[in-house]
Design a binder for this molecule. Sequence first.
Ligand code: ATP
Ligand code: MG
Length: 394
Amino acid sequence: MYLSTGASLVISRLENAGFKAYAVGGCVRDFLMSKTPVDFDITTNALPEKTKALFSDYTTFDAGISHGTVAVMIEGEKFEITTFRSDGKTLDHRHPERVVFTPNLKDDLSRRDFTVNAMAYGEKEGIVDLFEGEKDLKEKVIRCVGVPEKRFEEDALRILRALRFASVLDFEIEENTRRAIFLKAGLLSFVSRERVSEEIKKLLLGKGAGKIISEYSEVFEILFQKGNFEISPKAIPYASTPLSKLAVFFYSFPEYKEQISSLKLSKEERELLSTSITLVKEGIEEDEVFLKRLVAKYSLKTVSLSTCVHTALFDREKRVLSLFEKLLTEDEFVTLKTLKVTGKDLVDLGLPASKEVGEILSLLVDDVILGKIKNDRDKLLEILPEKINNFLKS
Ligand code: ATP
Ligand code: MG
């Protein structure tokens, strides 16, 4: 297996000090799938304090030390080195009651979630595969290590991880694991909304997202309490950006605003999502003035997202999207910000700085949209006095 220079260094330094050390988890899985691993996690029988001392000439981080993890920075690459652990009983279907270090690699591999994630690689032994992970990789199967019900009872997050990996790797979920997912889905209430968001985001980006969401719609209904999944799952692959995939997903929830506000997204992302879904529900028209008015009233970002969502759900010929993109490239959108006169111009003409200023500017934006006047500063300044008079009279 290919190890990065840093990963080699970590493993050989641990081995030279008399410990066992292996690359483990995602990096082994990725390597066996001919993908370049994103990062290398290392598992070792060295206790955390020993590991720390061994890498004292590098920057180390203690954040995960109570779970046995020391992170080491080597030439800009971060390595998480974790002591062999067996987790066993958990308190709240999520967190191990206590972390038990163990001298055996086998125990450590047994605590891992899925067979494809439970392989290690050692410089001497090569791939250590105790649960037929390589076979499952070949057959494209997500299967729990051990008894699925028990594993989901221990940590309900694994239910979402199973769905996420199945989506991202485009794998099937093995029958017993699948049954246990449905059986134990109620435990998802023990998973923090933050972790739910993270997993859902990754899941929606996966190639198999649409399929997984259709097949496991019951799980998502439990997770978000309500929902009718008639159209959206099939539409997810047609949404081009992460946020539009999320929007398509939430489109089918009657209480999408509440659901979205419970997710740990940025305020901007949450507002974008909610508004875009509302706009799509109200109907997006294939019409220049309609789109321009929408951009003027909301924002380019909001309308851009709305057209993506509309396309995925209702417009596979991309008629609205093409029109939107054409207007965008031709720089046809005008908003209060891009209008060539500002509030200051109105105030300079004697209008008191009040809400009327905004209203007159909005009327001007609409005049430009309707083609009554060009977005040209001189032309706009010319008609300003008359516009103000008319407005004040009405
Ligand atoms: P990714 O490419 O998404 O990072 P990964 O396999 O590296 O995939 P991580 O979440 O980084 O996933 O976890 C690293 C490893 O730790 C996993 O491969 C798995 O062996 C183990 N693991 C992580 N979370 C759990 C869990 N909740 N239960 C059991 N094992 C877990
Ligand atoms: Mg990882």
